[in-house]
Design a protein around this ligand. Structure first.
Ligand code: DPP
Ligand code: ZN
Length: 876
């Protein structure tokens, strides 16, 4: 396939200041009439033909300035419409009529039908599946959209912007017209038509403008949109208060659809959502669902400024809108909930998804320089690491200068299709700092490693920190340049307070941030008479791996006393990880696993520490996942040994603290009516973490079965079911609970997804048989991405022992499924296939089988560019 390169960027030869679209909707034969005002781009266009993008379209008619264009005046290939004979004028009108078939569009890009609702997905390159266009983000156009449909089939007709006209037509048909005054790229176009219910509300902006809000869902599900609506209003308010950003249209609509490739889409004034991220109530959604809904509603809303008002020049700049908007939604959630808890959850996600990407064959810079298929670059690196970079800019500049820079960004680039260079320049301009070394975070792939050694000299009252940075090679980048790494730190004294120092030399230090810029720094602090424990990368100020020469008792001390809550969590988590690694070595050597008593006591003390929030204690008690441990081990991975070690540690912690955990579990039982707020959710999370320990150590399913029966909300019910499936796979209680759950929620797709997911994640070699038979369940369907992800995605990414079975059967099943999915929906298949990205770190037997599976996929006939790109890069 073609490789697109950043350095090949050229401005478009033509612009399209105005776009008028007219849709005659029909499931099998929709007609799209597009009337474009085309202008030569003065700087570049000199008699070149007009080349429009298209994909799977049937061209019906072409006119220029009212005159039919004959077939000799244009060329048509499957991907391009090239018009040769153009008027000499600077500007002309091009009218293109095409036909498309929404009902057979299974790729879910362009215009398709989901549950009888017409909807669109255009990012990144779906608009060209609707009509011929300059489908690139730097071509901004003002859209007028007329939609015509059967009134019974589609009483609701929505598009971007504000409604301007509507009326009845003959034959039971009707129409609506929408006008969006803000120039936008084609990827932000949206249309929805169907029969849906609505939850309505209003928001008054900071300048007093009234905005009509609507969330459209399946009839009868309107009450389940209440939380999303609340999150939307809080997002609108927060963006005004924290970033000074006001909403700019008269209406803001959200539509929930059930078949959607991604989480949601920020189309101007008409966000389209995967219904999983809209619908919630206590009966059907978990606390994690509520938190995700809040974050994603905010994310898409925040795109209105970071993405829509200021968009990307080209797709290499994707992180310009995504990294920044993730940063904004993280800050929003931190303000709505507990900042420390939110930060820990973010870092866990980053390490679970971005670190393996950055450390494997799919590594790429946050701003890539080349791609073959842009859909494969909606990655954890672009999103999550992209957000970490914005966070570091704030750390380096300080809160006030950061806000000044953001204000300048909005002022200077409103209406632009901008670049990362534009973004960095505003911060250089407001701070007068040189960010050229810092910019490597965008341009250089891979996770930097920082090693630290501390030596204390009591006599001289000196502490020396020897710090060294290194960055391992990544595909296509064998030599790395030195990074600017802002490390927040503290020197922790014997009662947990931070020492101050007299002088420090060897690196620049501002506000307890150590700026690492060279390969090696030897930093000498004076006036430190007692040996401190060094707390490093507080708040995870930089996305690096850290190797610190440190005794377990120092880590345990930090886990108890560090004033930075993130670092306390990190210290405990590192202790847990190391204990599992040691135990897994024993298990592989045929020995019994052993664990340090101190760690078991520490876990008990943290569970009982009422000075800590319950949500925090729950997170602290959540053991690193098997994949987290595998990542730390790095090579020659045996997933069975890791699982056995992890299970043994959970059981040991449970046994050592059995009585106090049981008492606390009872004490945390719910009182009063359900509330999804962070504090109540934290209480449930802690109680459910304890349930898992108690079940693992007792071997008795009774408590989990009782919780399953008595649960009054989905969080507690699904947690109990998970514990039953994981801790007591063979118990009759588990089979009964699974059957009850299916019976009760069989007609609710989002809840049934949880049923698939819980079973797909339950570890063990035999889980493959379960998953295989679930793939033949009447409710399993390759048409619904959520269902595919809940079964196949969960199995391959979260079930290490089932997926990586030593006989390769897990891979065999997986390749069959990936190839079946890819025939309908290449984008979803390509995403699934990334589950094999860490294959090289497996032990030799599994490694060979995983490689065979990848080769099997790559040799399949007519492989889509999406899947081919992932598989070939993974094998390279
Ligand atoms: N809708 C996706 C997101 O918001 C892609 N823009 O991240
Ligand atoms: Zn986004």
């Amino acid at each position: 396939g073609q490789v697109f390169k950043l350095e090949d960027y050229r401005p478009s030869n033509f612009l399209i200041p105005k776009t008028k679209l007219s849709f005659r909707l029909d499931p099998d034969r929709t007609t799209v009439v597009s009337e474009l005002t085309v202008e030569r781009n003065a700087e570049t266009s000199d008699g070149t033909p007009l080349v429009l993008d298209g994909d799977g379209l049937t061209l019906v008619e072409l006119e220029i300035d009212g005159e039919k264009v004959g077939p000799n005046a244009y060329d048509l290939t499957p991907e391009k419409l090239t018009v040769h004979a153009l008027p000499k004028r600077k500007s002309f009108r091009l009218k293109v009529t095409t036909e498309i078939s929404p009902s057979t569009n299974t790729a879910l890009m362009g215009l398709y039908r989901s549950n009888g609702v017409y909807c669109t997905q255009c990012e990144a390159e779906g608009f060209r599946r609707i009509t011929y266009f300059l489908d690139r983000p730097d071509v901004l156009s003002v859209y007028t959209v007329r939609i015509e449909a059967d009134r019974k089939d589609a009483p609701l007709l929505l598009s971007n912007g504000n409604p301007s006209d509507a009326g009845e037509l003959d034959g039971g048909r009707h129409y609506a017209v929408w006008e969006d005054p803000f120039p936008k790229p084609s990827y932000l176009f949206a249309l929805v038509a169907g029969d849906l219910g609505v939850l309505e509300d209003r928001f008054t902006t900071m300048s007093g403008r009234e905005v009509a809000l609507g969330i459209y869902v399946e009839h009868g599900k309107e009450p389940r949109a209440t939380y999303a609506m609340d999150a939307l209003k809080r997002s609108m308010k927060w963006d005004e208060e924290v970033f000074g950003r006001e909403y700019d249209l008269d209406v803001f609509n959200i539509v929930a659809v059930s078949d959607f490739n991604m989480g949601a889409m920020e189309n101007k004034g008409l966000n389209v959502f995967n219904d999983k991220y809209v619908l919630a109530d206590e009966e059907t959604a978990t606390d994690a669902d509520f938190a995700n809904i809040e974050a994603i509603i905010a994310h898409e809303y925040f795109h209105n400024w970071t993405g829509n008002r200021i968009t990307c020049r080209d797709w290499f700049q994707l992180c310009l809108k995504e990294g920044l908007t993730v940063y904004r939604d993280h800050e929003f959630s931190a303000d709505q909930r507990s900042r420390a808890v939110k930060r820990i959850a973010e870092v866990r996600t980053l390490k679970a998804h971005q670190f393996p990407e950055d450390q494997g064959p799919l590594a790429h810079p946050v701003r890539p320089r080349r791609y073959r298929e842009i859909n494969n670059f909606y990655t954890a690196t672009v999103y999550e690491k992209g957000s970490e970079i914005v966070r570091m800019i704030r750390t380096v500049l300080g809160r006030e200068k950061f806000r000044e820079g953001m204000d300048l960004y909005f002022e200077r680039h409103d209406g632009d299709a901008a670049t990362i260079e534009d973004f960095l320049r505003v911060f250089e301009d407001v701070s007068q700092k040189d960010l050229s070394q810092f910019a490597l975070w965008y341009h250089q792939a891979g996770t930097p490693n920082v090693t630290v050694k501390a030596s204390h000299d009591a006599q001289r009252a000196e502490l020396v920190l020897d710090v060294e940075q290194s960055s391992p090679p990544t595909p296509g980048e064998s030599r790395k340049r030195l990074m600017h790494i802002p490390l927040a730190f503290g020197l922790v004294g014997p009662s947990g307070e931070d020492f101050t120092w007299d002088t420090a030399e060897g690196a620049s230090i501002e506000n307890s941030i150590l700026h690492i810029r060279k390969r090696k720094h030897s930093i000498r602090f004076t006036g430190i008479s007692e040996r401190p424990r060094v707390s490093l990368n507080r708040g995870f100020s930089a996305p690096v791996t850290l190797s610190v020469e440190e005794k377990p008792e120092d880590r345990a001390f930090l886990a108890r006393h560090d004033s930075d809550l993130f670092s306390r969590w990190q210290a405990l988590n590192t202790l847990m990880t190391e204990a599992i690694i040691e135990a897994s070595k024993l298990i592989r050597g045929g020995k019994e696993p052993q664990f340090p008593d101190d760690l078991l006591v520490l876990c008990g003390d943290i569970a009982a520490d009422v000075s800590l929030e319950e949500a925090y204690r729950a997170l602290a008690l959540t053991f690193p996942a098997e994949a987290d441990v595998a990542r730390e081990i790095g090579s020659n991975i045996d997933p069975d040994a890791i699982l056995a070690a992890r299970d043994a540690l959970v059981a040991a912690v449970g046994s050592a603290n059995g009585a106090s955990f049981a008492t606390l579990y009872e004490k945390l039982a719910a009182e009063g009516p359900f509330s999804p707020d962070a504090q109540s959710a934290g209480r449930r999370a802690l109680r459910n973490a304890l349930l898992d320990y108690l079940s693992a150590s007792s071997g008795n399913p009774g408590r989990a079965a009782a919780q399953f029966e008595q649960a009054t909300n989905m969080t507690d019910r699904s947690a109990a079911l998970t514990t039953l499936a994981v801790r007591h796979p063979a118990a009759p209680e588990t089979a009964a609970a699974l059957a009850r759950f299916e019976e009760r929620y069989g007609s609710d797709p989002l809840v049934l997804d949880k049923w698939f997911q819980i079973q797909a994640a339950a570890p063990g070699r035999h889980s493959l048989e379960t998953v295989r038979s679930l793939s033949e369940h009447r409710a399993f369907s390759l048409a619904n991405p959520n269902r595919i992800r809940s079964l196949i995605g969960t199995f391959s990414s979260a079930n290490q022992t089932g997926f990586h079975r030593p006989d390769g059967e897990g891979y065999r099943f997986f390749t069959e499924m990936v190839l079946a999915v890819e025939r309908r929906n290449p984008q979803v298949a390509a995403r699934l296939a990334t589950a094999l990205r860490s294959w090289r770190s497996l032990e030799p037997g599994r490694r060979a089988l995983a490689r065979e599976a990848l080769l099997r996929i790559s040799s399949a006939e007519n492989l889509s560019p999406d899947l081919r790109d992932i598989v070939e890069r993974t094998l390279a």
